[in-house]
Design a protein around this ligand. Structure first.
Ligand code: ATP
Ligand code: MG
Length: 459
């Protein structure tokens, strides 16, 4: 156990690791629960049509001139965000490491760079002079974001939040050791030998993940001691960046898991945090397969999750940090266990494109721009199911079966427009409503199964 663990010591440690010594981080005092906490009362179970009251005081109006937004990462979540931004007349520059990424297809301009190179990130910010830089992925040289923020550009929700969440171990140490949130027991290991020791301390089965990765990449469950070598290799092959460190987590046999979308508005404009009702989801290979709303969850457990989400989002983003967060929890009996969070829209939150009037992308945009978010209207039982590529397809893929998918009332399809496919790559999502959550999930799964990712695009 660390002698004295503070948010600053964690940030220092990770600044060191990212080889960004010398970057002066603003000293941040821990705020814990000093800020007022006013969770909204959200009906947790089956309300078919619901309106969620969101505290919306008379917010100071944001600038009327539509800004330039630079999106770092241009996947499917970014694409939906850009569509919302374009509807409100913003100018958007979409950035990714490969051309024709989904969000680039709907943006005003695009840049193809390696976002892990600080100089490249700084150069495109200088070129386009955006008012907001919105990270859409974790793999960004956060040193550059800190410098950009210091130069007066608003980084969403803050450079510090992007920095901490990029490293699984940084955010976990902060959550468990500084904020004292309940988490799975965990240990870190930087070699196969250390991993064996860590697994012994945590016990089997356990989950082994690279500290830098997402969407389940490099993640495996070790069930017997003989799995350790395989898990180490798998983690090293699936990791991003150059940090050969893994986190070993106690395997939580949860009853269900949720994403709590938490919207944070700037304190200076009178905005408060509020929560979208929990989203239930199912994962395979550490990757999201389907999600649904509403997710049946006792109100007192929702409150627990909300308190934790408020605590950690306030801590990492500070009073002026604005935007949506996907805060992930496991629920086991009466325990609500913090897992991790994204300081941006969440893949499981794609269900909000059908479940409510303002999707997670619209909420993110409004929070970023400081626009009012008066109230959320829920549309009843809703679900999303992913459309995955079955195999490698080099050129631009085509999609068969969309017309079959769309035969069912309440079904919508989103094709992301990725320029190539590989096994299990997420290529689209089916969205559906239904009479019940089970019905909505069935409709979404059926629609997703209709759509096949195939070779060769028709004229
Ligand atoms: N300690 C654990 N016990 C049980 N299941 C776990 C544990 N950790 C992760 N999982 C399962 O694996 C999924 C993915 O894990 P996690 O969210 O940590 O990975 P990720 O790569 O960050 O995924 P994403 O980027 O899609 O959120 C979880 O949603 C959960 O279903
Ligand atoms: Mg996750």
């Amino acid at each position: 156990m660390d002698k004295e663990v503070t948010a600053e010591s964690i940030i220092e440690a990770f600044a060191y690791r990212a080889n960004i010594r010398g970057m002066a981080h603003e000293p941040t005092r821990l705020r814990f629960m000093q800020t007022r906490f006013e969770p909204i009362e959200a009906s947790s179970t089956g309300a078919s049509r619901d309106e969620i009251a969101i505290p919306c005081p008379a917010m100071k109006t944001a600038s009327l001139r539509q800004p330039t937004i630079m999106l770092l990462g241009s996947g499917e979540l970014g694409k939906e965000f850009v569509i919302c931004a374009k509807r409100l007349g913003c100018r958007v520059v979409a950035v990714d490491r490969y051309p024709d990424a989904p969000a680039m297809q709907v943006a005003d301009a695009c840049e193809v760079i390696d976002m892990l190179e600080a100089a490249s990130v700084r150069a495109i910010v200088k070129k386009h002079n955006p008012r907001y830089v919105v990270p859409e992925i974790e793999a960004i040289r956060t040193e550059a974001l800190t410098a950009i923020e210091k130069s007066g550009v608003t980084v969403i929700p803050s450079a510090r939040a992007a920095h901490l969440t990029m490293h699984r171990d940084a955010i976990r140490s902060l959550a468990a050791r500084v904020l004292k949130l309940p988490t799975a027991r965990f240990a870190y290991a930087s070699s196969e030998g250390e991993l064996a020791g860590a697994v012994q301390r945590i016990g089997l089965p356990c989950v082994i993940k690279p500290v830098m990765s997402s969407s389940g990449k490099g993640q495996s469950v070790a069930r017997i001691a003989g799995d350790i070598t395989k898990s180490w290799k798998y983690a090293i092959d699936g990791m991003r960046g150059d940090t050969k460190t893994v986190i070993v987590e106690e395997f939580i046999n949860f009853d269900y898991e949720i994403t709590l979308l938490t919207v944070k508005q700037r304190a200076s404009s009178g905005g408060k945090s509020f929560f979208v009702p929990p989203i239930g989801h199912r994962q395979e290979r550490g990757d999201y397969q389907e999600s649904w709303m509403p997710c049946a969850m006792p109100p007192q457990l929702i409150k627990k999750a909300q308190r934790m989400a408020k605590k950690i989002t306030d801590e990492i983003a500070g009073p002026e940090g604005a935007g949506i967060f996907g805060v992930e929890f496991f629920v086991r009996g009466k325990e609500v266990i913090f897992s991790e969070l994204s300081p941006r829209p969440h893949d499981t939150g794609m269900v909000t494109m059908i479940s409510q009037d303002m999707s997670e992308f619209e909420l993110h945009l409004r929070a970023v721009l400081g626009l009012p978010i008066p109230k959320l209207t829920l549309r009843g039982p809703s679900a999303s199911a992913v459309i995955l590529a079955p195999r490698e397809i080099r050129g631009e893929p085509a999609y068969a079966g969309i017309s079959d998918a769309l035969r069912t009332q309440g079904v919508e399809i989103r094709i992301f427009g990725k320029p190539s496919a590989r096994p299990y790559r997420r290529m689209g999502v089916a969205l559906a409503t239904g009479k019940t959550v089970a019905d909505a999930r069935r409709n979404a799964a059926r629609a997703a199964a209709c759509v096949r990712v195939v070779e060769g695009r028709d004229r």
